[in-house]
Write a new protein. Structure first.
Length: 276
């Protein structure tokens, strides 16, 4: 198991913390060469310093579309190819749709949907030319279930799953490019602290469900297994989150009834000025 990804070139966005950092360490432990991307150069360098094997720190803002072609070329030229791309960079939301400024929806959809699509589109020809590869999209349980306070986030994550599924249909058999959707539930990261509020400010505090969530290292372990086995989709969740994700497929009406009841309670609290 320790050498499942020996010699593979793995490019991870959002690699400076959370799931991205855990994936960087996990892939490196299994022999991969890692390209670490994100906005914070110093944080990326700290993560890179803590892993064995070759690594390239390639910082950029994923929504700076003008520089993406050059970044893709730099990533490809490092070792001659990219075998696995993990679209992990993203941002969440904690606000009612009724209160949320349109700019917040625009930013979240830009970061969580359009940016990974464009990066994938730019890298895809290189993967095909090299004989194949693997694209991983870090979506969310909120990409399968409509979750209150996350209208823009749900829109983006649902959209990412749709794009990835369609891409798989086009590339898996014809070009040997595999596609895996990952749908995490609550993982113990800063996702809630960094989530955008109705005005686009960072929330600055976490949720109890996130603080009590799965460790990023365990999430990364499951992701590596899915990538190695070329699994099309994997839900990484526990308890009620796993239940509702499965219920969305098996009994949509019951799922909608549950989320509507939950949403009503949450909306009442937010409208009363309580956002915990």
């Amino acid at each position: 198991m320790a050498d499942r990804f020996a010699g593979k070139i793995v490019w991870i966005t959002g690699a400076s913390s959370g799931i991205g950092e855990a994936l960087t360490k996990a892939f490196a432990q299994e022999g991969a060469h890692i390209i670490l991307s994100g906005r914070r150069t110093e944080a990326l360098e700290q993560v890179a310093a803590g892993i064995n094997g070759d690594s390239l720190v390639l910082p950029f803002e994923t929504t700076d579309y003008d520089i993406l072609p050059a970044k893709v070329e730099e990533a490809r030229d490092w070792k001659g190819r990219v075998d696995i791309l993990v679209n992990n960079a993203g941002i969440s939301q904690r606000s009612l749709a009724l209160d949320t400024h349109p700019d917040v929806h625009h930013k979240i959809i830009n970061v969580d949907l359009l940016a990974p699509i464009w990066l994938t589109q730019l890298l895809l020809p290189n993967m095909i030319e090299a004989g194949g590869g693997h694209i991983v999209g870090i979506s969310s349980v909120a990409g399968r279930v409509g979750v209150p306070l996350r209208t823009a986030y749900c829109a983006a994550k649902h959209g990412l799953i749709g794009y990835m599924d369609a891409l798989r249909a086009e590339t898996e058999k014809l070009h040997n490019v595999h596609v895996t959707n990952i749908l995490p539930g609550s993982i113990r990261t800063n996702v809630s602290r960094n989530a955008l509020t109705k005005d686009g400010e960072s929330r600055g505090k976490s949720d109890a469900v996130i603080d009590n969530g799965m460790e990023p290292a365990e999430c990364a372990r499951q992701i590596l297994g899915a990538v190695f086995d070329q699994v099309p989709e994997l839900i990484i969740a526990e308890g009620p989150e796993m239940m509702i994700a499965k219920l969305r497929q098996s009994d949509p009406e019951q799922c909608f009834a549950m989320t509507s009841a939950m949403g009503a309670q949450i909306a009442e609290k937010y409208e009363a000025g309580e956002d915990d």
